[in-house]
Ligand binder design. Structure first.
Ligand code: SF4
Length: 197
């Protein structure tokens, strides 16, 4: 078992619990590097890590923080933020997504919740709001309230991931649309039994 876990490990569990088994228990890698959307997303993040270093969205006053890595001793968790604004009494988290699907799905909520927990522990200021900036062909910014419900939900999921890693038992997962493009579908009982390949 390898600790600390990363926020990405928990986001992968939120996408499908079997990912935790394949990646963190069996040590298999995801073959995502070749996917166009993944490399385009990385380019978007790299671009924003190098440009507009001082720009903060209208209505916010503070110091910009970019691509910072944080570690929590309390939760044995690490994670990297895209951007944040360090204001007088709070931190605003900014997450960039290369997508035209302008929805805050559960996995993204978990990501925001865990990154907020990491920021709060390291910077000793509360995170009450995150801004998700979707930017592919259309730019859209969505504000997400960060409260105890999102924090607790995220930390519960972190515990679920740790339980699977400790038990080394493959969790259940239903077949659905996620399986169609899943890199593990040929070795996954759920994916392979429901696929013609
Ligand atoms: S094939 Fe489906 S159930 Fe199996 S790991 Fe992929 S998404 Fe999860």
């Amino acid at each position: 078992m390898t600790f600390p876990l990363t926020v990405t490990d928990v986001v992968e569990y939120a996408f499908c619990p079997k990912f935790t088994y394949f990646i963190n228990v069996l040590g298999l890698g995801q073959f995502e590097q070749k996917r166009g959307s993944v490399s385009a997303g990385r380019k978007l993040h790299n671009k924003h890590e190098r440009s507009n270093l001082d720009y903060v969205p209208q209505g916010f006053k503070g110091k910009k923080i970019i691509a910072c890595k944080f570690f929590s001793e309390k939760y044995e968790l690490s994670g990297k933020i895209d951007e944040a604004i360090d204001m007088e009494n709070e931190i605003i988290l900014i997450e960039r997504k290369y997508s035209d699907n302008h929805k805050v799905y559960p996995a993204l909520r978990i990501q925001l919740g865990l990154l907020s927990v990491l920021i709060e522990e390291n910077m000793h200021k509360p995170v009450r709001k995150a801004i998700v900036i979707f930017n592919k062909t259309q730019r859209k910014a969505i504000h997400v309230i960060i409260d105890d419900s999102i924090r607790n939900e995220s930390l519960e999921m972190l515990n679920d991931v740790k339980k699977i890693i400790k038990s080394e038992i493959m969790p259940e997962s239903e077949f659905d649309n996620r399986c169609l493009n899943c890199c593990f579908r040929r070795i996954c009982p759920t994916g392979s039994l429901n696929s013609d390949e």
